[in-house]
Design a binder for this molecule. Structure first.
Ligand code: PXP
Length: 249
């Protein structure tokens, strides 16, 4: 079975927010991603709203035709938003205010009592809950004990080693991800993976048999610049030349 691709459109909103204007619109990017074959759309509503906004979530719920996977921290504010939005899936992620991205997995083992309430409430509300954890047996056991049907294995460390060219370390982490995927699936959990994946680093993860879904964002948004910059520059040049040819004032 080919893993589904969830496209994370957070960083379209990062670019929008850098200017405080309405574009680029992450919902439009989501619709284009769906048209190109994305199986789902993922968005992380951060406490500080640095990229995706509450209004984006409302629009994504209304305007996209594939499942929405809403990533949230385990806080009462986020729970209330997720309960109201009723996304297809809710992925609980650790969130530190000062971090640049989600660093490391959730401590499902150490935070069992805190997380139990969130997992239950989201599940009862009809969202399929996943926990974003490291590929570690203690964490996988804890996710199972919490009753989450899905775990998303953090591929960030693998991707970082890969990008740095440290293939030995990348392979070590990859081996943990393979074992974690096998172990989690043996417990009846659905296995997802993501974070930091690129064209170069995706294949060794995508080939892991138990993985049902990959969530990828930053690289796709980044690479989309290179897919699109030639045509938009040409279009702007044409418009400038046309203005002179037509003599409009
Ligand atoms: N999965 C989870 C749970 C995440 O928090 C993120 C980042 O928001 C991703 C996947 C996607 O990571 P990236 O943007 O590095 O591809």
């Amino acid at each position: 079975m080919i893993p589904r691709l969830g496209v994370n459109i957070d960083h379209v909103a990062t670019i929008r927010n850098a200017r405080g204007v309405a574009y680029p619109d992450p919902v439009r990017a989501a619709q284009m991603a769906v048209a190109a074959g994305a199986d789902g759309i993922t968005a992380h509503l951060r406490e500080d709203r640095r990229h995706i906004s509450d209004a984006d979530i409302a629009r994504l719920r209304q305007e996209i035709s594939v499942p929405l996977n809403l990533e949230i921290a385990a806080t009462e504010e986020m729970l209330a938003i997720a309960l109201a939005a009723k996304p297809h899936a809710a992925c609980i992620v650790p969130e530190k205010r000062e971090e640049r991205t989600t660093e490391g997995g959730l401590d499902a083992a150490g935070q069992h009592n805190h997380l139990a309430h969130y997992v239950r409430a989201l599940q009862e509300n009809g969202s399929r809950v996943s926990l974003f954890i490291e590929a570690d047996r203690t964490q996988i056991d804890a996710a199972k004990a919490l009753g989450a049907p899905v775990i998303e294995l953090h591929t960030g460390a693998y991707a970082e080693h890969f990008f740095a060219g440290d293939m030995e370390q990348a392979e070590l982490v990859l081996q943990q991800i393979r074992e974690g995927a096998r172990y989690g699936a043996s417990l009846g959990l659905e296995i997802h993976a993501g974070h930091g994946l690129t064209f170069d680093s995706v294949k060794p993860v995508a080939v892991i048999e138990q993985i049902r879904e990959l969530n990828i964002g930053h690289f796709l948004v980044s690479e989309a610049i290179f897919g699109g910059i030639s045509s938009v520059v040409q279009q702007m040049k044409d418009l400038i030349a046309q203005a002179r040819a037509e003599g409009v004032s």
